[in-house]
Design a binder for this molecule. Structure first.
Ligand code: IPM
Ligand code: MG
Length: 354
């Protein structure tokens, strides 16, 4: 098969972790005799520095003509404490999501046996936890009308959702639940927000069409609590953009490290595969960041964008082997730790030798 991918390393640790994922992608494509072609594109703070735009038009064209996008991370501290910055790296990520129509962000939360002791939760609470959070990604407060009034002294962001946007993401939630353990938790704040009441209304209309799936409704504050109290009770969770952003950061740490969880963003045009974590600028260039979330994002790319399940599985097996054998970066190491590049080499070699 011909695999045509766009590679967007972005900022901070982005280039280092994407480099490791690319080693693994190359090993897998070689092993399974695929033809790989890839091209790098600029995005984020580095794109602002070089061309003044965090998601330049030629990067968008590259994404549009590719079959999948492998993305690193975006963000730079020089913008974080400057609320007046005219253009911010994160706008590049949002523009990419919007222009590619990536309305669904799939974030699987899985635990690794060899890392359970690193979880902030007790082993018996997390052992076997396995759920998927489906976050709506192109609507809600991120994209609603925003602005200032009263001479700049009043600010507003609007949380807007249309029935159509809610329906398509819930439909995806039901499809995932149907392939998993047949439970869909719709997370909202319907006791307060009108937009959430529309979510719940639409969900209640759709639920009877999926009689084999149990639909459960949960307020977001309660969901935040349940994720750390009973993570095993979730199967598929579906929620709006902002709630999903917050809940998936929370959910990711119960696995033992933020550096482990991958994600897929899918929708109308090319899908994007990226780690959940950010650009971790303090570690940039030090060869210490954990590349696993990005490597697992590459596994999701094989599975979701190309339907190559065996290729995805061999990457997952290689990652599990690296953890079982202790060939891991400092954030999850017990004794001896390894560099980002060494872990990338080890995983790519494991794939080649298999
Ligand atoms: C994420 C990130 C982004 C978001 C930021 C970097 C804009 O936190 O992908 O979860 O809020 O969506
Ligand atoms: Mg986030």
């Amino acid at each position: 098969m011909k695999l045509n991918i766009a590679v967007l390393p972005g900022d901070g640790i982005g280039p280092e972790i994407v480099e490791q994922a690319m080693k693994v992608v190359k090993a897998v494509t070689k092993k399974f005799n695929h033809e790989l072609s890839y091209e790098y594109g600029l995005t984020g703070a580095i794109a602002i520095d070089e061309v003044g735009d965090p998601y330049p038009e030629n990067t968008h064209e590259l994404c549009m003509k590719s079959d999948a996008v492998l993305f690193g991370a975006i963000g730079d501290p020089k913008f974080d404490n400057n609320p007046k910055a005219p253009v911010r790296p994160e706008q590049g990520l949002l523009a990419m999501r919007k222009k590619l129509g990536l309305y669904a962000n799939i974030r699987p939360v899985e635990t690794f046996e060899s890392l359970l002791h690193k979880s902030p939760l007790r082993r018996e609470l997390v052992e076997g936890a396995d759920f998927v959070c489906i976050r709506e990604l192109t609507g809600g407060i991120y994209f609603g009308e925003k602005g200032r009034k009263d001479g700049g002294n009043t600010a507003f962001d609007t949380n807007t959702y249309t029935r159509e946007e809610i329906e398509r993401i819930l439909k995806l939630g039901y499809e995932f639940a149907g392939k998993r353990n047949k439970k869909l938790t719709v997370v909202d704040k319907a006791n307060v927000l009108e937009s959430s009441r529309l979510w719940r209304e639409v969900a209640q209309e759709m639920a009877p069409n999926y009689p084999d799936i149990k639909t459960e409704y949960m307020f977001v504050d309660n969901a935040a609590m349940q994720i750390i109290q009973w993570p095993k009770n979730f199967d598929v969770m579906v929620t709006e953009n902002m709630f999903g952003d917050i809940l998936t950061d929370e959910a990711s740490v119960i696995t033992g490290s933020l550096g482990l969880l991958p994600s897929a963003s899918m929708g109308i045009h090319t899908s994007v595969f990226e780690p959940i974590h950010g650009s971790y600028p303090q570690a940039a260039g030090k060869d210490i960041a954990n590349p696993i979330a990005t490597i697992l994002s590459a596994a999701m790319m094989f599975e979701y964008a190309f339907n190559l399940m065996e290729e995805g599985k061999i990457i997952r097996d290689a990652v599990t082997a690296s953890m079982t054998e202790g060939y891991v970066t400092v954030d999850i190491a017990e004794g001896e730790s390894f560099k980002t590049s060494q872990v990338g080499d080890w995983i790519a070699n494991w794939v080649e030798r298999k």
